[in-house]
Design a protein around this ligand. Structure first.
Ligand SMILES: Cc1cc2nc3c(=O)[nH]c(=O)nc-3n(C[C@H](O)[C@H](O)[C@H](O)COP(=O)(O)O)c2cc1C
Length: 361
C-alpha cells in the first residue's frame, strides 16, 4: 500500500498532531480508534521508552498510528553561556520560591538512539520535525516497514524531504501552535500561511501533503482538502480534549483567550514557537535572541514551566497554541473527530450548493 492509499483508507482524514506536553498516549489511541490517525509524541522520550509506548498503542488498537520525533541537535554548550542563561532565569525561579537549578549535563534525548529505537519497533508512520533525515535513515525506516513524513515550513524544505525519500510532507503553516519546524532558513523566511503552503508544496513535490496550521473545525478540514491536501493535522483543536494532558492553567488560558492572543517567541526554548502571550513572553521579548539555542534553553526552563503549572501560574508556562485557539472545543476526541468530519461534509456541500445557485443565475 502507498502512503497516499493509507491516508485515503482512514475513515476520517484527520491526524492528531503529536504534541509534547499536551497530547497523551490515550489521546492517540482515541483518535486512531475513532477513525483518524493518532500520533504518539515521542520527542521528549528516552530511546528506551519508545518501544513500550508503541507496544501499548498496538495492544490498544489495530488501526494505524504514527510516532513523532523532534530532531534536536546534539549540543555541548559553553558552560559560561549556560551559567549566563541560568542567571537570566534566576528572577523567574525566585518568583516561584525556587533556587536556580544547577547546570544540567544532558539537554535533550539522544536523537540517533531515539531513531534507532523507533526504526526497531516499526510504527506504521514515523514523522519528524526540526530537520531532515538522510537517505539511509529514510531507507532503514522503509526497510523496517514505516512510512516517513517530514515536516516542512517552506517549499525548499518539502523538496529536501522529497529528495531524502520521504513518503509525505506535513506542511506546517505559520498559523500553527507550538514550535516552528523550519530548518533551512531563519524563522522570518519560513512563515508561509497554510493556504499558500499547501498549494505551493503540492505544485513542487509529487508527495501527499498533510496540512497543518490553523485548522480548527470541519470548515478548515474541507478547505484544506479542497486545496489539495490528502489529510489535515490538527493540534490546537485537540488541546481541550478530555484525553489531552494540557495543564489546568493552560486550559484556562485557552478557554479565556481574547482576540488574536498568540505570538511567536524564542524565549522559552531557544527555538521560535507560537503560544498565547503571557508575562514571561512579554518581559523576555527584548532579550529573546540572546538566550541559547534549542534544546539548551528548553532544558533550562523546563523546571520553571513544570513548577509554574503546579503553582497554577499561567505567566511562566509555555502556553503553546495556534492562531485559531479561540475556537478550541471541549469534549471526547472521538466525538470531536465525528463532529468535524460531519461539518466538513456540510461545508463542502454548502459551497457546491452556493456555486450551483450562482451558475444558474
Ligand atoms: C502544544 C503543542 C505541542 C506541539 N508539539 C509538537 C511535537 O512534539 N512534534 C511536532 O512535530 N509538532 C508539534 N506541534 C506542532 C503540530 O504538529 C502542528 O504543526 C500544529 O499543531 C498545527 O497547527 P494548529 O496548532 O493550529 O492545529 C505542537 C503543537 C502544539 C500546539
Amino acid at each position: 500500500m502507498s502512503f497516499t492509499a493509507l491516508l485515503q483508507s482512514l475513515p476520517i482524514p484527520i491526524i492528531q498532531a503529536p504534541m509534547v506536553g499536551a497530547s497523551s498516549d490515550g489521546l492517540a489511541i482515541s483518535v486512531s480508534k475513532g477513525g483518524g490517525l493518532g500520533f504518539l509524541a515521542a520527542g521528549a522520550m528516552a530511546a528506551a521508552e519508545i518501544g513500550p509506548a508503541v507496544a501499548a498503542m498496538r495492544s490498544a488498537t489495530d488501526a494505524p498510528f504514527g510516532v513523532n520525533l523532534l530532531m534536536a541537535p546534539a549540543v555541548a554548550p559553553d558552560p559560561l553561556d549556560v551559567a549566563r542563561a541560568l542567571d537570566r532565569l534566576a528572577v523567574w525561579y525566585g518568583e516561584l520560591g525556587l533556587p536556580t537549578p544547577a547546570p544540567p549535563n544532558i539537554f535533550a534525548p539522544d536523537f540517533e538512539a531515539q531513531l534507532e529505537a523507533l526504526t526497531a519497533v516499526t510504527p506504521p508512520v514515523a514523522s519528524f520535525a526540526f530537520g531532515v533525515l538522510n537517505g539511509q535513515q529514510v531507507e532503514a525506516l522503509h526497510r523496517a516497514g514505516s512510512y516517513v513524513v517530514g515536516t516542512a515550513t517552506t517549499v525548499a524544505e518539502a523538496r529536501a524531504w522529497a529528495d531524502a525519500g520521504a513518503d509525505g510532507i506535513c506542511a506546517q503553516g505559520m498559523e500553527a501552535g507550538g514550535h516552528r519546524g523550519h530548518f533551512l532558513e531563519d524563522v522570518d523566511a519560513s512563515l508561509i500561511g497554510t493556504m499558500a503552503l499547501i498549494r505551493t508544496v503540492r505544485a513542487a513535490v509529487d508527495l501527499p501533503v498533510i496540512a497543518a496550521g490553523g485548522i480548527m473545525d470541519g470548515h478548515g478540514v474541507a478547505a484544506a482538502l479542497a486545496l489539495g491536501a490528502e489529510a489535515v493535522q490538527m493540534g490546537t483543536a485537540f488541546l481541550l480534549a478530555d484525553e489531552a494532558v494540557t495543564s489546568l492553567p493552560w486550559r484556562r488560558a485557552i478557554a479565556g483567550a481574547g482576540d488574536d492572543p498568540t505570538r511567536l517567541t524564542r524565549a522559552f526554548t531557544g527555538r521560535h514557537a507560537r503560544g498565547i502571550q503571557n508575562r514571561f513572553m512579554r518581559e523576555m521579548q527584548s532579550i529573546q535572541n540572546e538566550v541559547p539555542d534549542y534544546p539548551v534553553q528548553n532544558r533550562l526552563t523546563q523546571p520553571l514551566r513544570l513548577a509554574a503549572a503546579v503553582a497554577d501560574d499561567p505567566d511562566m508556562i509555555s502556553l503553546w497554541a495556534g492562531q485559531g485557539v479561540a475556537l478550541a472545543p471541549t469534549g471526547a476526541a472521538a466525538d470531536l473527530l465525528r463532529q468535524w468530519w460531519a461539518e466538513a461534509g456540510d461545508a463542502a456541500r454548502g459551497v457546491v450548493a452556493r456555486y450551483g445557485r450562482g451558475s444558474q443565475s
